[in-house]
Design a protein around this ligand. Structure first.
Ligand SMILES: NC(=O)c1ccc[n+]([C@@H]2O[C@H](COP(=O)([O-])OP(=O)(O)OC[C@H]3O[C@@H](n4cnc5c(N)ncnc54)[C@H](OP(=O)(O)O)[C@@H]3O)[C@@H](O)[C@H]2O)c1
Length: 453
């Protein structure tokens, strides 16, 4: 198999060097896309998967003929039904992956989605001497270490900027723009579907089930929405960010996830009274040699930029020891924004940049955040003494109450009210929850949501 390095890749200008956070010096390009395309050798790209993102990447290439990116192949199963008139005529349609491997394509862009098939395609492409760009968060969350090592062994690059926050250049921003800082924490709204659902509940008081149905109708949520609402999608993304920002290798399944599904519109009313809203937050923090990470719904102060992320947008706040908080936000999904992220990785590779960390990561155990303030919402069949019982359960575990909120007008047989606590250890709260569960006045299981500062 030919090692397809054109002069464009091979002739760095040693006078111009750039840094990346985890990598040694990298060479800058002779020319940047698309300002002087006529001087730049074409970068030949094959796309695997002509679905939402694959077709958007193809359209971006087709609509920018001055771009130095040349499409050599579009690979898809049963490819005949995928052919489209507007696709550049010199691109070959194929359902045979060996056509791609045997071609002169320099970069293989993996957009098939399915993890098992993607793993095989990415490995074989790297082994065949191709650079690879992928948007596959599950593949990268679970196998970035191995795949980056494989890429290094073959002297090739692996880019996955589109795997986190779609069109928001958070990975490039961290690796390049924050290279000089020492990042200690990343906090993100990483699932646009959850953010759409929670924003709808907040603004229009629609119940969770209705907001989920709307998200499904709009194509934001799958028929089975659990990967989004239960936090598994965001968990893969925060695991990737932990690697990129904190340099630690985290197994996604070790990150605690809490579902947003028990939330109700009334929680947004109480949250507003506490000058907060509710968002699905993903957090990874490196502290005293330990990684704290979780994905959970949380009360976020209205003054936080995280509270202003609406509809299906994403946001990442990277917290550095020296630079403080840097905020990245924008469209977290969708064909066109994700295609921009994919092609930006292709162009970074063409310029000789590393679009992903290229040093081994430290593997550390993960714990959930241990100490936080809490919002506890109860729905009870009212009778005298309930508040005293709950207050006693909290006091037995040394947990201080901060406030008690109760709105009038609810039936006594289904009475909601809220207790907020001062910061306490998660273990103490779990023990208190054990005491709550022994009480027979609950109409719904008590809800506990973290309150972030
Ligand atoms: N959509 C977004 O907004 C977004 C955002 C960020 C990241 N991503 C990531 O981007 C990747 C692609 O997502 P997508 O939304 O474009 O998915 P998609 O619309 O389902 O497209 C996947 C394409 O790959 C083809 N394919 C699947 N398995 C294949 C196989 N084994 N061999 C050959 N072709 C195969 C599918 O063909 P069929 O038509 O036969 O199914 C389909 O055309 C995923 O990893 C996703 O997580 C997507």
């Amino acid at each position: 198999m030919e090692a397809p390095l054109e002069p464009y890749f091979a002739e760095p200008d040693p006078a111009v060097m750039q840094f990346s956070q985890h990598a040694p010096l990298r060479h800058a390009p002779r020319a940047a896309f698309p300002s002087v395309p006529e001087k730049v050798a074409a970068c030949r790209v094959a796309i695997l998967g002509f679905g939402t993102v694959g077709s958007s990447v193809t359209r971006l290439i087709a609509e920018n003929p001055a771009s130095p990116v040349r499409l050599t192949h579009i690979f898809n199963r049963n490819v005949a039904r995928k052919r489209a008139e507007w696709v550049p005529k010199d691109a070959q349609w194929t359902e045979c992956f060996d056509d791609v491997l045997d071609s002169d394509a320099e970069v293989v862009v993996e957009l098939v989605g399915d993890v098992v098939a993607a793993r095989e395609f990415v490995r074989r492409a790297l082994e065949a001497g191709k650079h690879v760009v992928t948007a596959n968060k599950q593949l990268i969350a679970h196998e970035a270490g191995e795949l980056l090592a494989l890429a290094r062994r073959h002297g090739r690059r692996l880019g996955f900027g589109a795997a986190v926050a779609g069109g928001v250049p958070v990975i490039a921003g961290i690796l390049e723009g924050l290279a000089a800082d020492r990042l200690e924490k990343v906090t993100g709204i990483l699932n646009g579907t959850c953010n759409y659902i929670l924003s709808r509940m907040e603004k229009d008081h629609v119940p969770m089930a209705e907001a989920v149905r709307e998200a499904q109708k709009l194509g934001y949520a799958e028929a089975d929405p659990s990967a989004d609402v239960d936090g598994f999608d965001a968990r893969a993304k925060i695991a990737i960010l932990a690697g990129v920002a904190l340099g630690v290798s985290v197994t996604p399944e070790h990150i605690a996830c809490r579902s947003i599904t028990p939330l109700a519109p009334l929680d947004f009313e109480y949250a507003r009274e506490l000058h907060c809203t509710i968002r699905q937050l993903s957090v990874a923090e490196l502290k005293d040699g330990q990684v704290f990470a979780h994905v959970q719904p949380a009360l976020v102060p209205l003054t936080s930029p995280l509270a202003r992320v609406n509809a299906n947008e994403n946001m990442v706040v990277a917290t550095g020891r020296y630079g403080g908080n840097t905020v990245f936000s924008g469209p977290g999904a969708g064909g066109a924004p994700t295609a921009v992220a994919v092609l930006s990785d292709v162009m970074a590779i063409a310029r000789g940049h590393a679009p992903a960390p290229d040093r081994a990561m430290v593997s550390l155990p993960v714990t959930s955040v241990s100490r936080q303030r809490n919002y506890l919402r109860f729905v009870v069949d009212d009778r005298p003494g309930i508040l005293a019982t709950l207050a006693n359960a909290l006091a037995r575990e040394g947990i201080d109450i901060d406030a008690v909120l109760q709105h009038p007008g609810h039936p006594k047989t289904r009475l909601p009210f809220v207790i907020t606590t001062e910061a306490c250890e998660a273990d103490a709260l779990a023990r208190a929850a054990g005491h709550f569960s022994q009480c027979d006045f609950h109409v719904e299981p008590p809800l506990c949501v973290a309150m972030v500062e």
